[in-house]
Write a protein that binds this ligand. Structure first.
Ligand SMILES: *[C@@H]1O[C@H](CO)[C@@H](O)[C@H](O)[C@H]1NC(C)=O
Ligand SMILES: *[C@@H]1O[C@H](CO)[C@@H](O)[C@H](O)[C@H]1NC(C)=O
Ligand SMILES: *[C@@H]1O[C@H](CO)[C@@H](O)[C@H](O)[C@H]1NC(C)=O
Ligand SMILES: *[C@@H]1O[C@H](CO)[C@@H](O)[C@H](O)[C@H]1NC(C)=O
Ligand SMILES: *[C@@H]1O[C@H](CO)[C@@H](O)[C@H](O)[C@H]1NC(C)=O
Length: 555
């Protein structure tokens, strides 16, 4: 008895101090959802019908899933026919997979959801490098490819961000020191390429640019924050003017491809206390960016040329991008990590998942998979190690938040083709990670949203007040807040367009006449600079435990 007690005590202390790495008692849980979806999930997006779209590149021949009904397409880049699908739709609830048809190569491309919920994907490799592809959220829709009105410049390793006017800005790409806007739907949409010398200035060397897939975040003042390598600017993209040059992030670590760290805009809290009216009579609120992991600038050269796998960085930088005199605050993760994905959880915490402790992005260029995710709490600046996965997720792996609060994890293919006998085999599987708010204790406090009013067809207008009805399973009413999460397009460890707002609440939570039901009054975000138009997941959080999301469309 005595012995048992002391073991329990030891575990409790270890959990708290995170010394028990690999222990069964760490928080969080993994589940294999599908051994194979037929493709390796290099790119991943969530549509408003709760289907995941996952796709790979398409110029390497057979995947592990064929096109439907014996269909074949002209092989991309090959003078052959290709009867394999390189994109799929996945339903995280039924676990059904539906093959989709890509005609041109989507390798290392980018994307975003349009305001109407259509997934737009841009660029890729060779014949695909200027193509813009559209996928509507419906149960039998397939890709439509636009070759005529595609990108002005070829874009491979570019990044996208949806803007307050509903257009998407596409920034950079290999040797592309420019940006442009899509979709160009009418003649009045001018076909203009804007120069961005910052992308040339931040290259480490012409051979290893180290600033690809730049991190883009729409600042709460409407300008675009762009981070590349170890530097950042604030861009007025309308007038093509650099508004601010931020200080260099200290530490000499490169953060962008192939030194691949990751980046998030931390939760934007719209509580009226935080919102200020600026000189132009616009409501503004401060916003912060957190960038974690990456590695030394020459790590890729070391791996590729000498098989030397340098350690990944432990450091993160946190910056208030709207401050008068912004300064990087450096923090340490408990684990070194390159190619980690940073995912905003409905609670406002940041999950850092996937990646390796040594090497970089690139074919066979990483070692020592980091199997433990960590969770970062922005409020108290603390990291915690969570329980490990059994599946390494290295180069070309992805993660995405699902509407039920789980995080879907897939991909990993550091091999030239699909190779199931390599040191790190091509991964076709999908797993779900259950963050700590899925534990038994938390289940008692789990709320569920029952009504959104008026929210006709769950459409919200800017500044509009609405009421949110919710039920509690059995636990007590605790601290309540409401978050709105914009879904992302995730690839190469960067979740483009990911954004989490904490909504303004009015008055106290009211008990409604129905037993177990409560009502809380909220305000929709005030401006499109704070919430670009489109579909978002609305979560209600009770004492740190999120409900399932309902989708709302903000206009
Ligand atoms: C993919 O297909 C190949 C060839 O048919 C097979 O050997 C392999 O086991 C499959 N892999 C998975 C993960 O399904
Ligand atoms: C939002 O900000 C308000 C005011 O500072 C604070 O009281 C509240 O706890 C914050 N909410 C969250 C979820 O961080
Ligand atoms: C798979 O990887 C192994 C180890 O790198 C290599 O020897 C083999 O040729 C590869 N197979 C294919 C089909 O590319
Ligand atoms: C908590 O609830 C979720 C969803 O309702 C369920 O999948 C999970 O198994 C529950 N966890 C425990 C530990 O009971
Ligand atoms: C929303 O409700 C609050 C509190 O009742 C009120 O002060 C505010 O004016 C309302 N806003 C709108 C746009 O109706």
């Amino acid at each position: 008895m005595e012995r048992k007690n002391s073991v329990c005590l030891l575990i409790a202390i270890c959990c708290f101090s995170n010394l028990a790495l690999g222990s069964q008692d760490l928080e969080g849980k993994w589940k294999l959802l599908k051994r194979s979806i037929g493709v390796s999930a290099m790119h991943m997006a969530l549509l408003p019908n709760d289907r995941i779209i996952a796709f790979d590149r398409s110029h390497f021949g057979p995947s592990n899933i064929t096109l439907p009904q014996g269909k074949c397409i002209k092989g991309v880049e090959l003078e052959t026919s290709d009867c394999y699908a390189h994109a799929v739709e996945f339903d995280p609830i039924t676990r059904k997979v539906r093959p989709l048809t890509i005609q041109t190569d989507t390798w290392c491309s980018s994307g975003a959801l349009l305001a109407n919920g259509v997934l737009v994907q841009t660029g890729g490799y060779r014949l695909g490098e200027r193509v813009v592809r559209y996928l509507k959220p419906c149960s039998d829709c397939d890709w439509e490819e636009d070759h005529q009105n595609g990108l002005i410049s070829p874009r491979w390793y570019a990044s996208n961000q949806i803007l307050p006017n509903g257009k998407i800005i596409v920034v950079g790409g290999r040797f592309q020191f420019t940006y442009e806007f899509i979709p160009r739907t009418s003649d009045s949409d001018r076909k203009i390429l804007y120069q961005l010398p910052f992308l040339k200035e931040t290259m480490h060397s012409p051979k290893i640019p180290n600033n690809l897939y730049p991190f883009l975040h729409l600042s709460t003042d409407g300008n675009l924050f762009i981070f590349a390598n170890d530097r950042a600017i604030l861009l007025d993209y309308v007038n093509n003017r650099v508004m601010k040059n931020y200080p260099v992030m200290p530490g000499g670590i490169s953060r962008n491809y192939p030194s691949t760290g990751s980046s998030v805009l931390l939760p934007v809290n719209l509580s009226s206390i935080n919102v200020h009216i600026n000189n132009n009579n616009k409501p503004v609120v401060h916003s912060q960016v957190l960038i974690c992991g990456g590695t030394l600038p020459d790590s890729n050269e070391n791996a590729a040329e000498a098989q030397i796998f340098l350690p990944a960085a432990k450091s993160c930088g946190r910056l208030t991008i709207t401050a008068q005199n912004p300064k990087w605050e450096m923090e340490e993760m408990p684990l070194n990590r390159v190619m980690g994905d940073m995912i905003l959880l409905p609670t406002g915490d940041v999950l850092i998942i996937n990646g390796a402790a040594k090497g970089t992005a690139g074919w066979g260029a990483a070692r020592e998979p980091v199997l433990n995710p960590v969770i970062y709490c922005p409020k108290i600046n603390r990291f915690r190690i969570l329980s490990p996965s059994l599946i390494p997720r290295l180069y070309h792996s992805t993660a995405h938040l699902l509407s039920d609060g789980r995080v879907l994890v897939g991909g990993s293919n550091p091999n030239v083709n699909y190779n199931f006998s390599a040191l790190f085999p091509t991964e076709l599987s999908l797993q779900a990670f259950y963050p700590p708010y899925f534990n038994l204790m938390s289940n008692r406090s789990r709320p569920s949203i029952s009504t959104v009013k008026p929210g006709a067809f769950l459409k919200l207008k800017y500044t509009e007040n609405f009421s949110l009805g919710f039920k509690l399973r059995s636990g007590d009413l605790g601290e309540i807040f409401v978050t709105m999460v914009a879904p992302s397009f995730t690839t190469h460890s960067f979740a483009m367009n990911q954004r989490l707002l904490v909504l303004e609440l009015h008055g106290a939570v009211q008990k409604s006449n129905t037993a177990g039901d409560y009502i809380v009054q909220c305000s929709a975000p005030p401006t499109a600079a704070l919430a670009p138009p489109g579909y978002c997941q609305l979560f209600l959080v009770n004492d740190g435990v999120p409900s399932k999301a309902v989708w709302v469309q903000i206009k």
